[in-house]
Design a protein around this ligand. Structure first.
Ligand SMILES: Nc1ncnc2c1ncn2[C@@H]1O[C@H](COP(=O)(O)OP(=O)(O)OP(=O)(O)O)[C@@H](O)[C@H]1O
Ligand SMILES: [Mg+2]
Length: 157
């Protein structure tokens, strides 16, 4: 599987990557956002949501596990599984209904829901490198591979 790397020099760069991902519409795409505490996962989600017209704040839905945004472009689900104690909770909340094949799903801390979450189309792994961040994007499906190809083209233009 190929990968794509981007250096993110500041939070705006991180938001921009989110916006670029939002600009490649893939119905029902599932994007895992991985990386340590404070790596920039929510910042990327914020860029994604703002690019689709969201105007308010975007925070990690740590206690509620998921925040659904109703946007002009449709719904987007933003999960943060950091505080998930028992992955079976995901069954109780009807996790499958969130994957409707239309709404994009962004997931912070997907490892906490391992086995209960569908596999990702794309994974964006963020790491702190001194003052800035590095994003490594990998695909997990043909749809993800296409999205990455489109992202690569936008990087070159
Ligand atoms: N490319 C960047 N360079 C420097 N700082 C950044 C960059 N991207 C984001 N940040 C900053 O890092 C801090 C943490 O970001 P954020 O809340 O998005 O992390 P997170 O990965 O969601 O953390 P958590 O695991 O706690 O949910 C914020 O202050 C944000 O502005
Ligand atoms: Mg977060």
């Amino acid at each position: 599987m190929s990968e794509l790397r981007r250096i993110l020099r500041d939070p705006d760069d991180t938001e921009k990557l989110g916006a670029d991902l939002a600009g490649i519409p893939r119905p029902g795409i599932c994007i895992y956002l991985t990386g340590e505490l404070g790596a920039g996962k929510t910042t990327l989600a914020r860029g994604y949501l703002r690019a689709l017209g969201h105007r308010g704040s975007v925070r990690s839905p740590t206690y509620t596990l998921v925040e659904t945004y109703e946007l002009a472009a449709g719904r987007v689900h933003h999960f943060d599984l950091y505080r998930l104690k028992d992955p079976e909770e995901l069954e109780f909340m009807g996790i499958r209904d969130y994957f409707d094949g239309v709404s994009p799903v962004l997931v912070e801390w997907p490892s906490m829901g391992a086995g209960f979450f569908p596999p990702p189309d794309l994974t964006v792994d963020l790491s702190a490198d001194g003052a800035f961040r590095t994003a490594v994007i990998t695909s997990g499906s043909p749809a993800g591979e296409q999205a990455m190809e489109a992202l690569r083209c936008s990087d070159q233009s």
